[in-house]
Design a protein around this ligand. Structure first.
Ligand code: 4NP
Length: 157
């Protein structure tokens, strides 16, 4: 049985597609693609159907992660039932998800960054108005968190 992970941010064009791509790449490298299903989605509607922001695509590509094929979609009601963990990039996403979720599934929703294990980094900050450095930082945070997440959901040794 596989674990189903959904990464969520505001637009689903910067942070959550980066996290999805990083997690998919880590799972491939670990030979765990059969055990983990991964998707990402937005709390907002502005960018539905769009490819990831070109700056996010580039920051990922530099690190060997291809997110060019992703298309933004909004979180839908059935996501709360289907996915095992719903990972929010920041507190706004977290609160929006908690509001959108049927009560019985709210315990599936949590912040992504605590999986990185650094209490100073609680969130993946929105890089949209930032420079290329902000997108590199987005990648770094997603990578650190996804490594911890993979260890948390992976098979016991
Ligand atoms: P994301 O970044 O939530 O990481 O995909 C954003 C993308 C678009 C906007 C904000 C954040 N926006 O305001 O359009």
């Amino acid at each position: 049985m596989s674990v189903k992970l959904l990464f969520v941010c505001l637009g689903n064009i910067c942070r959550s597609p980066t996290a999805e791509g990083v997690m998919r790449t880590l799972a491939e490298r670990a030979g765990m693609t059969d055990e983990i299903e991964i998707d990402s989605a937005a709390t907002g509607t502005w960018h539905i159907g769009q490819a990831p922001d070109i700056r996010a695509q580039r920051a990922c590509k530099v690190h060997g992660v291809d997110i060019s094929g992703h298309r933004a979609r909004r979180v839908k009601r059935e996501d709360f039932e289907v996915f095992d963990k719903i990972l929010a990039c920041d507190e706004f996403n977290l609160h929006d998800l908690q509001r959108m979720s049927p009560p019985e599934y709210r315990s599936k929703i949590e912040l992504l960054m605590p999986y990185a294990g650094n209490p100073n980094d609680r969130v993946v900050p929105d890089p949209y108005e930032g420079d290329l450095q902000a997108f590199e930082e987005t990648f770094r945070r997603c990578e650190a968190a996804c490594k911890g997440l993979l260890a948390a959901v992976g098979k016991p040794a």
